[in-house]
Design a protein around this ligand. Structure first.
Ligand SMILES: [Zn+2]
Length: 122
């Protein structure tokens, strides 16, 4: 985004972001779901370490770290790629920042105009 964009365009970009976010969270949640489904079967047993602590890491901490990493990377990468950033300070216009931009037309970090038509169409 090089200049302020229209409300409907910002809304469209945010919808794409939200749709991607759902898909990415499914990818992030996949390993945990797979482990949950396989934990009481014989298929997972050969892959697990012997000690209880290492088993806990493999079964819980690694999938949780994967989920957090996938969501964080998407949260950083997608707004830049979709143009959901303030043109001046590169603040990501997602979540509350998106709501603020839609309501007052400004970046909630540097107060630059990010929406060219901030008023709700009548
Ligand atoms: Zn800004």
């Amino acid at each position: 985004m090089t200049a302020a964009c229209r409300r409907d365009e910002l809304q469209r970009r945010f919808k794409v972001y939200e749709r991607q976010r759902s898909f990415v969270s499914a990818i992030g949640f996949g390993p945990l779901l797979l482990i949950y489904l396989l934990v009481h079967t014989r298929y997972l047993r050969p892959w697990l370490p012997q000690s209880r602590e290492a088993e806990l890491v493999v079964l819980l901490l690694l999938p949780a770290a994967w989920f957090a990493a996938v969501m964080l990377i998407h949260g950083w990468w997608a707004p830049a790629r979709l143009g959901l950033q303030c043109p001046r300070c590169r603040h990501r216009l997602v979540g509350r920042a998106f709501m603020d931009a839609m309501s007052n037309g400004q970046c909630d970090s540097c107060h630059a105009d990010v929406v060219s038509d901030p008023q709700e169409p009548a």
